[in-house]
Design a protein around this ligand. Structure first.
Ligand code: GLN
Length: 304
């Protein structure tokens, strides 16, 4: 039995005491107001044991972490046709980069750069009756938690400053890889990023990726091959131009968001979420990455 609790308590204390915590994302004005001193970590293991430390039960903006959940929902709906519209190669570029999209004839490099996630948002806008409501219900169902909500202030804040996302959506539209109106797709995209969840709710949602597509209540959402593909994408593309560094330091498939959250998992073993709002230069949580490196180093629990 691994002493997860002792390890994460120490990580939480060390993180709170660290002086250089990175910087909060300021390009979404609403996120710039978050307290830099927050730090939370939560682990859910395959036997349904929970371990929590720090601010693990405080909600934050999940931002790009939502891209894994929209991918899961759209993959479950349209299956492998999805890969006709988005590729599966790491970009080695920042999340909001546009030139790669251009080079690949309107097919974004992967579903986790913004352009790729906007295509996925378009697929959901086409296939769901009430996209925003249905997506939120999907997350509430995965977590068995009806309290999860969109933060409308964050969605609006990003909409007002989302010029690069408008550019990406318009570029996709010009290539015929966006079937709905730019406004409709981006309204969905800004909302999915503005979902507020805490570390515990995130590990509950990501449980399906460590458990062959089946949630804690036994409902199956994705088959084993689909889960394999999503985990592979998290490993190779989950941290943008820092995916190599995350694999090197942490050794788990995972996904970050500019709200400072990171979720990572070891199939069949555990799922972990961290939250520390200060980001490094690549837009990933500085202390979250350090915490996960410490966790996998101390436990030996990585995929390698
Ligand atoms: N909503 C953010 C954006 O589109 C998501 C980026 C992120 O979390 N990496 O810029």
């Amino acid at each position: 039995m691994i002493a997860y609790q002792n390890i994460i308590d120490k990580i939480a204390i060390d993180s709170k005491n660290t002086l250089n915590k990175g910087v909060v994302a300021s390009y979404i004005p609403e996120l710039a107001t978050i307290n830099l001193n927050k730090f939370g970590i939560h682990i859910l293991d395959a036997k349904n044991n929970n371990y929590s430390s720090g601010d693990a039960l405080e909600g934050f903006s999940i931002q790009s972490i939502s891209k894994v959940l929209t991918l899961a929902l759209s993959f479950g709906i349209i299956g492998d046709d999805l890969w006709k519209r988005v590729d599966v190669e790491p970009s080695g570029d920042p999340f909001n980069h546009l030139s790669l999209l251009e080079l690949e004839n309107g097919i974004p490099r992967n579903p986790f750069i913004n352009a790729g996630a906007i295509v996925i948002a378009d697929i959901l806008a086409s296939h769901l009756k009430n996209p925003k409501e249905d997506f939120l219900n999907f997350i509430r169902e995965l977590t068995n938690d009806p309290s999860i909500r969109y933060n409308e202030k964050v969605a609006l804040s990003e909409k007002r400053t989302g010029f690069k996302n408008y550019a990406a959506a318009n570029l996709l539209k010009s290539y015929g890889n966006l079937h709905n109106d730019v406004e409709i797709v981006l309204d969905f995209y800004f909302h999915q990023c503005a979902i507020e969840m805490n570390c515990k709710q995130l590990v509950n949602a990501f449980y399906i990726f460590m458990n062959h597509g089946t949630c804690q209540r036994g409902k199956n959402y994705l088959n084993v091959n689909q889960v394999k593909r999503i985990n592979a994408l998290m490993l190779t593309c989950g941290f943008y131009d820092e995916a190599g560094e995350f694999a090197f330091e942490v050794g788990l498939p995972g996904k970050s968001g500019v709200g400072g959250g990171i979720v990572a998992l070891l199939p069949n073993t555990y799922c972990v979420a961290t939250w520390s709002p200060g980001l490094n230069k690549k837009g990933n949580s500085k202390l979250g990455m350090a915490a996960l490196e410490e966790l996998t180093t101390r436990t030996g629990h990585s995929i390698f």
